[in-house]
Design a protein around this ligand. Structure first.
Ligand SMILES: [Fe+2]
Length: 208
């Protein structure tokens, strides 16, 4: 069982307080529903043959609720502390430049993934077992980024890899502020408010 976390969010530029409030309400719904499904499972498991169909659907959907919970727990903290630019030195910066040449190109990649059709998330992971795309002066011997699109909340993840960036591109993230066709403006606002220091901290933990 889990409890919904609290987030210490500043006033965001281009993402309204009402939108954030509703979005956090949805996050709390994932926590609630994960717990509700978890509570049902032992009862259905007692007579699993009789409840086989219900049980299988609950098991399948529980990872959807878990993904919704955990991904939003990566999403909201990315705004905590307020908008902070990427530090232009250090291992995180070096790793980005090694693979993307310019930090802006990583941002463009994440935007392109975010613009893919379907509800989901644009994701950036770090795999310590990969190899740098090309030699550089960082002294780093291993590790590479992986980007991906996670459908709904739980499909298409790179399993076990630590998450560096989780960009929610479900319509609920922008519909209130920008309408159904407003994803591009929302992506602008997301990156405007992003605290790159949070991502750098995740990277440092993932690559330690
Ligand atoms: Fe969301």
């Amino acid at each position: 069982m889990y409890e919904a976390k609290k987030f210490n969010l500043p006033k965001l530029d281009g993402i309204s307080e009402e939108s954030v409030k509703q979005h956090i309400g949805l996050y709390e719904g994932y926590v609630k529903n994960f717990n509700a499904i978890s509570a049902l499972l032992p009862e259905y498991a007692k007579d699993s043959e009789k409840h086989a169909h219900a049980l299988s659907e609950l098991i399948r959907r529980r990872s959807f609720e878990f993904g919704g919970m955990r991904l939003h727990e990566h999403y909201f903290p990315q705004f905590e502390g307020g908008s902070t630019a990427l530090t232009t030195s250090g291992p995180f910066y070096d790793a980005i430049v090694n693979e993307y040449h310019k930090p802006e190109w990583l941002t463009e990649m994440m935007r392109a993934i975010g613009n893919m059709r379907g509800p989901g998330w644009a994701m950036l992971y770090w795999d310590p077992e990969g190899k740098p795309a090309r030699p550089d002066d960082s002294g780093r011997s291993g590790g590479q980024f992986l980007t991906g699109f996670t459908g709904e909340q739980h499909q298409g993840h790179f399993v076990t890899l630590p998450i560096i960036l989780a960009l929610d591109v479900w319509e609920h993230a922008f519909l209130l502020d920008y309408g159904a066709a407003g994803k591009g403006k929302y992506l602008d606002a997301f990156f405007k408010n992003l605290n790159w220091g949070v991502l750098e901290k995740r990277f440092n933990e993932a690559s330690a």
